[in-house]
Each structure stands twice: as structure tokens, then as C-alpha cells.
Design a protein around this ligand. Structure first.
Ligand SMILES: [Zn+2]
Length: 229
């Protein structure tokens, strides 16, 4: 089940998942239709309807940026590839595995899902900048939930897309999957809490629309004490 897109800024829409799926962000620039994370793909039909209401569709998506490769974020790429040919972006630590045909970083086996081999052309790393015309993004490498986890800044909007690193309500992503690291997660949360932003859009749970920085600081402190660092 998916909810409706909530408009966050003029061209930024955020869809909160009510299931195992990741949240999905849709960004419409003057010449690109971009998704950040895609859910499992189980609700592609509902996503298609939601995109229609925003003047887009699965086949119009030009770019898909993944905050990391876990199945609940990447699975939705598959139905989109059936109707279109978006460019897929992922941090190099996970893209390299996937481009070799090694899908283990997606956890698809763990969750009994099947993912066909994918081709990631947009290889991201710390400091990568993405130019989509009037929408520009900067990539921060924030490992901990997984080795290739990233946080994305939408420049000049005050918005951070925090993937499964930072969640709302003092929460944060789990670290017990392969390549997870409590130490790196704490460091990444510290880094995010020191960044300049007004709104946080996480991979799961609700948006941080108010007091986002305070929320990030709480998450950092909670993680620090939970992992005794
Ligand atoms: Zn994840």
C-alpha cells in the first residue's frame, strides 16, 4: 500500500510508505523526472497512478537515484525498466557489486525476492554533484546502515534526503545487515547533524519537516549512547 505524494517544495514530492517499502521522492526539474528510491516494486501500479496525478508516469522517469541498494529501495527499478530506460545512480561501493552481477548487497535472497541483474551507470561517491537543469544535488557518503549509503542534498532547497541513515523521531537505520557498522553510522549521523538543512526526507517513517536539525542531533545522541561511543 502506498500513500499519496506530499508536496514539500515547488518540484519536490514525498511519498511515505505504509509498508515494508521504502519512501519514494519524486523530483520534477525542467527536463528530468527523477525518483529517489523506488520501494520494492510491489506497488508499481499505485505508484504509476500517483505519478499520473503529478503529470508524470513510470515510463517518463529519466533518472533513479538510490540511497543504497537494499531490496526495499531498489526493487521498484525493475517495473520501471520494463517501460522505460532511466539512468540508475548508486554509490560505487554497492554499484560495483551490482554491475558484476552480484546482487547480494540488495538482500534480495534474504527476503526471498528475485532481482534480475541491473546496470548502474551513475556511479556516485562523496562530493558527486548531479545537475538536472534547475535541480542540482550533492552527494555525501554516509555509511553505517550499509557501506554504500548516501545522503543527498537538494541544493538551494534546504532539503536533505537521508535514506536509511537518519530517520525521524530520534531514530536511525539498523546496522545488523551485511556491511552495516555501528561506528560508521554514529559518525555519519554526527556529520548530518552538523549540516545545514531545514527538512529531512528519510527512507522510512515520516518526513522531518520541522526541527529537522534538532531531530538529527537527537538521533546522533541516541545512536552514540546505544552503541556506547
Ligand atoms: Zn536499507
Amino acid at each position: 500500500m502506498i500513500d499519496v505524494f506530499d508536496q514539500i517544495r515547488e518540484s519536490v514530492y514525498f511519498l511515505v510508505s505504509r509498508s515494508f517499502d521504502s519512501n519514494i521522492t519524486f523530483i520534477k526539474s525542467n527536463d528530468h523526472h527523477i525518483l529517489v528510491d523506488t520501494g520494492t516494486g510491489l506497488y508499481a501500479e499505485s505508484l504509476e497512478n500517483e505519478l499520473h496525478s503529478l503529470g508524470s508516469s513510470l515510463s517518463s522517469i529519466t533518472d533513479i537515484i538510490l540511497t543504497h541498494a537494499h531490496i526495499d529501495h531498489i526493487g521498484g527499478v525493475v517495473p520501471i525498466l520494463e517501460v522505460g530506460s532511466p539512468k540508475i545512480y548508486l554509490h560505487k561501493a554497492e554499484a560495483e557489486h551490482i554491475n558484476r552481477g552480484d546482487m547480494s548487497s540488495t538482500l534480495s535472497d534474504t527476503f526471498g525476492a528475485e532481482l534480475p541483474p541491473l546496470r548502474v551507470e551513475g556511479i556516485l561517491e562523496e562530493g558527486s554533484s548531479l545537475d538536472f537543469g534547475n535541480v542540482k544535488m550533492r552527494v555525501y557518503h554516509t555509511p553505517g546502515h550499509s557501506e554504500g549509503s548516501i545522503t543527498i542534498e537538494l541544493e538551494d532547497t534546504g532539503i536533505l534526503l537521508t535514506g536509511d541513515t537518519l530517520f525521524s523521531g530520534g531514530s536511525f537505520g539498523r546496522v545488523d545487515f551485511p556491511t552495516g557498522s555501528p561506528k560508521k553510522l554514529v559518525e555519519s549521523l554526527k556529520r548530518i547533524s552538523e549540516m545545514k538543512f531545514d527538512i529531512g526526507l528519510p527512507g522510512h517513517m515520516n518526513a522531518m519537516k520541522y526541527n529537522a536539525k534538532k531531530s538529527a542531533l537527537t538521533s546522533y545522541q541516541m545512536a552514540k549512547s546505544m552503541f556506547r561511543m
